[in-house]
Design a protein around this ligand. Structure first.
Ligand SMILES: [Zn+2]
Ligand SMILES: [Zn+2]
Length: 243
């Protein structure tokens, strides 16, 4: 997997917004985990072809997590993409995606496309099979105009959990139980901020997190300045890991 983008919403540290690219021999096409507004640039900088992506799993409907979808879809239109694209996200994803496309490129949501874009809405407590992966979702604690999700993805026998953005919630422990990897938000080191995970939360709840490996992401400037003090691995744009 490639952390094409692992930044927060505001470009802290010059990083791109959330965009994690998964590739597995058992998948027909690569899958994206979140697609922030900067994702096309982030993917191309890593030499990854946006047109190859078969599915995007979205944690929640904030621009730094799904705002790249209008560009991804329009790029497919202009490059004569033929392969279908599946977007899986929380309830409301279909409507919000149409609104985002229409807001940024008026008229383009109604253009007849050469490739199919289908939306799978995944409710907290639900499971969905998407493009060869199984996605299970829990309710995150993060207002975004719809439920935000903590995700657990089964990809070819490996389990990857992802907090998305959330205040600490037992859902993180459930989603990450025995997982091969937990991708965890660490927005601030220990400053009290609402609706987000701090590194201090992950340390405090360490015993509830039984994932074999943890990689920190979505770091603010505050957290980036202290990341050397963290005992967990930290992501950076372009980081490639094998799970
Ligand atoms: Zn968010
Ligand atoms: Zn975010």
């Amino acid at each position: 997997m490639t952390f094409a983008g692992c930044g927060d919403a505001f470009g802290s540290g010059g990083r791109f917004q959330a965009c994690i690219h998964l590739r597995h021999a058992g998948l027909e096409a690569p899958v994206l985990l979140d697609c922030g507004a900067t994702s096309l640039t982030a993917l191309r900088r890593c030499g990854l072809d946006p047109a190859e992506i078969g599915a995007v799993v979205v944690s929640h409907l904030h621009g730094d997590h799904f705002g790249g979808l209008p560009f991804l879809i329009l790029d497919g239109q202009f490059t004569r993409r033929a392969a279908p694209l599946v977007v899986a996200g929380p309830p409301g994803t279909g409507r919000r995606l149409t609104e985002a496309i229409e807001c940024m490129f008026p008229g383009s949501s109604r253009v007849r496309r050469r490739f199919e874009v289908s939306v799978v809405e995944l409710s907290p407590g639900g499971t969905a099979a998407v493009a060869g992966i199984t996605a299970e979702a829990w309710q995150a604690s993060h207002p975004s105009g719809g439920p935000a999700l903590v995700l657990r993805l089964a990809v070819g026998g490996k389990v990857i959990a992802y907090t998305g953005d959330t205040a600490w919630s037992p859902a993180v422990g459930h989603a990450a139980a025995g997982a091969d990897l937990l991708i965890a938000e660490a927005y601030y080191w220990d400053k009290a901020v609402p609706h987000h995970l701090r590194y201090a939360d992950l340390v405090e709840h360490e015993r509830e997190i039984t994932a074999r490996r943890v990689v920190l992401t979505h770091m603010s400037a505050d957290m980036l300045a202290r990341q050397q003090e963290a005992i967990h691995e930290t992501a950076r744009d372009g980081l490639v890991i094998t799970v």
